[in-house]
Design a protein around this ligand. Structure first.
Ligand code: CP
Ligand code: NVA
Length: 309
C-alpha cells in the first residue's frame, strides 16, 4: 500500500473522517482527564511554514509533544527550500529523516509534488486552495455542540477562498447542503462547485444563504498573500458581514464559526465573537484534538492496517 497523505478532505473516506472526528473528542477527554497517552514516542514531524500561523503551529507542535514525539519548525527563509532546491529533492531528503511532514504554503501543487516524492505522510496545513485541517476541527466542533451535521444546511458568507473550497469538500464528505453567499467575482472554484452541484448553492444574498442554516461560517475578506487587494476587497465585501442580526435570520439553534484570525468590523461585527452563538474559540481549541486524531490515524492506524493486510 502507498503512503497515505492528507492534502484535501477527499484523501479520507467519509467513514474514516467520521471515525477520526469521534476519536478527536476521545483524545480531548483523555487530555482533560490528565492522562498521559504517547503513541508517537520518538516520532518526529517537520513543519514547513511559508506563511504565518498561530493556531496551526501551536496545535501541531503541542500535539506532537503531548503524544511523546517532537515537532521541528522549518522556514524557507533559513533552509535551502527558500534558495531554490527542487521540491522533489527536498521531499526525498526530509522524508528520509522524519516520520511525518506538515506544509503551509501558497501553491497547492507544491504540496502535491512534495507528497508525490515523500516516503512519509504529508499534511496540508493550508494552501491558497484548501485548508482541510481546519475542517476537521470545525466538524468536531459542530458534532460536540449540535450532533451529526448530515442533512443540515451550512451558510458560508464571504470570499470563495481556501476555507470555502474545503467547506465544499466537507459538504460532500459529511453530506450537508452548503449555501455560499459571495459578491460577484469572488465565487469559489467553478469546477469544484460544478462537481458538487447537488449540494452547493452559490448566491449573492447573505439573508437567503442563512435561511434554515444550522451553522454560519465566515473568514477574512483578504487571505494571506492578498494583502495588496485589501482596499478593493473592503468595497466588494461591504455587505458580507456576519453579525447578530444576520444570525437571527438563521435557524434558531444556529451556531457561528470562524477559523480565526478575525477582523472585527470587517467580516464580523465587533460583538460577533462574544455572541452566545459563537463557538469560534472551541473551534480553535479543537485544532489540537482533531490534528492529534489525524496524526494517530496516519502514523498508527494506517500502519496497523498495512501490517494486517
Ligand atoms: N485558522 C488557522 O489556520 O489559524 P493560523 O493561521 O493561526 O494557523
Ligand atoms: N483564508 C485565510 C485562512 C487563514 C487561516 C487565509 O488563507 O489567510
Amino acid at each position: 500500500m502507498t503512503t497515505r497523505h492528507f492534502l484535501t478532505l477527499l484523501d479520507l473516506s467519509p467513514e474514516e473522517l467520521k471515525r477520526l472526528i469521534a476519536r478527536a473528542t476521545e483524545l480531548k477527554a483523555i487530555r482533560n482527564r490528565g492522562e498521559i497517552y504517547e503513541p508517537l514516542k520518538n516520532k518526529v514531524m517537520s513543519m514547513i511554514f511559508e506563511k504565518s500561523s498561530t493556531r496551526t503551529r501551536v496545535s501541531f507542535e503541542a500535539g506532537m509533544a503531548q503524544f511523546g514525539g517532537h515537532a521541528m519548525f522549518l522556514s524557507p527563509r533559513d533552509t535551502q527550500l527558500g534558495r531554490g532546491e527542487p521540491i522533489s529533492d527536498s521531499a526525498r531528503v526530509i522524508s528520509s529523516m522524519v516520520d511525518v511532514v506538515m506544509i503551509r504554503t501558497f501553491s497547492h501543487e507544491l504540496v502535491t509534488e512534495f507528497a508525490a516524492n515523500s516516503h512519509v505522510p504529508v499534511i496540508n496545513a493550508l494552501t491558497d486552495e484548501y485548508h482541510p485541517c481546519q475542517l476537521l476541527a470545525d466538524m468536531q466542533t459542530f458534532l460536540e455542540h449540535r450532533g451529526d451535521i448530515e442533512g443540515k444546511t451550512v451558510a458560508w458568507i464571504g470570499d470563495g477562498n481556501n476555507m470555502c473550497s474545503s467547506y465544499i469538500n466537507a459538504a460532500r464528505q459529511f453530506n450537508f447542503t452548503l449555501n455560499v453567499a459571495c459578491p460577484e467575482g469572488f465565487e469559489p472554484d467553478a469546477e469544484l462547485v460544478a462537481a458538487n452541484a447537488d449540494r452547493v448553492n452559490v448566491m449573492r444574498s447573505c439573508e437567503d444563504a442563512v435561511k434554515g442554516a444550522s451553522l454560519v461560517v465566515t473568514d477574512v475578506w483578504a487571505s494571506m498573500g492578498q494583502e495588496e487587494e485589501q482596499t478593493i476587497r473592503e468595497k466588494a465585501f461591504a455587505d458580507y458581514q456576519v453579525n447578530p442580526a444576520l444570525m437571527d435570520k438563521a435557524d434558531k439553534e444556529a451556531i457561528f464559526m470562524h477559523c480565526l484570525p478575525a477582523h472585527r468590523g470587517e467580516e464580523i461585527s465587533e460583538d460577533m465573537l462574544d455572541d452566545p452563538r459563537s463557538v469560534a474559540f472551541d473551534e480553535a481549541e479543537n485544532r489540537l484534538h482533531a490534528q492529534k486524531a489525524l496524526l494517530e490515524f496516519l502514523l498508527v492506524t494506517c500502519k496497523e492496517e498495512v501490517a494486517e493486510a
